[in-house]
Design a binder for this molecule. Structure first.
Ligand code: ADP
Ligand code: MG
Length: 333
């Protein structure tokens, strides 16, 4: 490592406020040394974000730091782990102090909020990419897997679906929204997803399966169905949609975003019907909205209904502009 990399790490990344007791050796040596409490298992996940592949070149350093951590915490949430430690591998095209200042201050603001300690990483030169590894604890044998869904289980999602899909269209300049509040909300949902950490923890030993929605409900729920060897029926009228998404889309395009577009980082999980009351009790403590969207079936793949009829249109994420609804020239909407 060159002196400049060493001073860069010292200046921007060896400055976290969280000092956890289970970190016996943190940044600065060849490895970190960590202690896992008795009775706990270590949950580990890693995600790479590459410019122009996973994020737009126009994204702010602050939003990028936030989202890079959030997508990893979302994976920990999906398995029911309590986040503890992070590593950060950063590839930078150049050393821009303003960018590094914003990135690292947002990084630690967010990490501090979750009591996470940055315990090491790697720094090198090249096209901008950010790899974060997040670790956490889950009591032995109580991690939530994709493989436990049973026929008859109810299917739930947290929060609202599709906002990030429309947020991406706004952020990439593919559509323009007149309502500033809606625009702000949708961009925030895209740039700063909320990982459902408390929900994951609350669902331990209660949910029969869980997954976080990074690639869209259709694809991600299919992972549960494949791993569990079951099918599912989704009632599209029950999908939770934000007022912003509803204000900007007609039904078919709202469904396109909600079912087929990614980046929402909500949780999708299944619970046996007998445990509905217990679910209500534990979810109350999380303060997170959630709702039933369907049911696990014995077979039959993944089917959708709308107004109690089979819905077999293809889901596509494009949007019907409200203003265009009255425009006779509208051809593709
Ligand atoms: P090595 O050459 O042994 O791999 P490095 O020179 O890459 O070590 O890093 C020196 C120390 O700084 C290590 O403890 C490493 O974990 C830490 N580190 C390097 N880059 C980062 C970073 N971006 N964020 C946090 N810690 C980092
Ligand atoms: Mg190294």
């Amino acid at each position: 490592m060159s002196f400049s990399e060493f001073s860069l790490i010292k200046q921007y990344f060896d400055r976290g406020h969280v000092k956890r007791k289970d970190v016996k050796l943190g940044i600065g040596d060849d490895c970190a040394l960590l202690e896992i409490p008795q009775g706990q298992q270590l949950a580990v996940t890693v995600d790479t974000m590459v410019e122009n592949v996973h994020f737009l070149a126009t994204v702010s350093a602050k939003d990028l730091a936030w989202k890079s951590i959030a997508v990893n915490l979302s994976d920990l949430a999906a398995i029911g782990a309590e986040p503890t430690w992070l590593t950060l591998a950063l590839t930078l095209p150049e050393t821009r102090s303003e960018w590094l200042n914003e990135f690292s201050s947002s990084f630690f603001e967010y990490a501090d909020h979750y009591g996470l300690q940055l315990i090491g990483g790697d720094t090198c030169r090249g096209p901008l990419s950010i790899t974060i590894q997040a670790m956490g604890f889950v009591p032995i044998d109580s991690g939530l897997k994709r493989s436990g869904a049973n026929p008859g289980d109810l299917i739930f999602v947290t929060g609202s679906l599709g906002d990030a899909g429309l947020g991406l269209e706004i952020a990439s300049g593919q559509c323009d929204i007149e309502c500033c509040d809606d625009q702000r909300f949708l961009l925030e949902r895209f740039n700063r997803p909320t990982p459902r950490v408390a929900v994951g923890i609350a669902l331990r030993r209660l949910a029969t399966s869980a997954i976080d929605l990074s690639d869209g409900l259709a694809g991600d729920l299919q992972h549960i169905l494949t791993a569990s060897g079951v099918g599912a029926e989704i009632d599209l009228d029950k999908l939770p949609l934000s007022t912003a998404l509803l204000a900007q889309c007609d039904f078919d395009s709202a469904m396109g975003f909600a079912v087929a577009s990614g980046d929402d980082y909500e949780l999708c999980f299944t619970v046996a019907e007998d445990n509905l009351e217990q679910l209500g009790q534990v979810m109350k403590g999380t303060g997170c909205d959630y709702g039933i969207i369907g049911r696990i079936t014995g077979s039959g793949g993944l089917t959708y209904t709308h107004n109690n009829q089979i819905y077999d249109k293809t889901f596509s994420g494009y949007r019907h502009f409200q203003a265009d609804a009255t425009n006779d020239d509208e051809t593709n909407g």
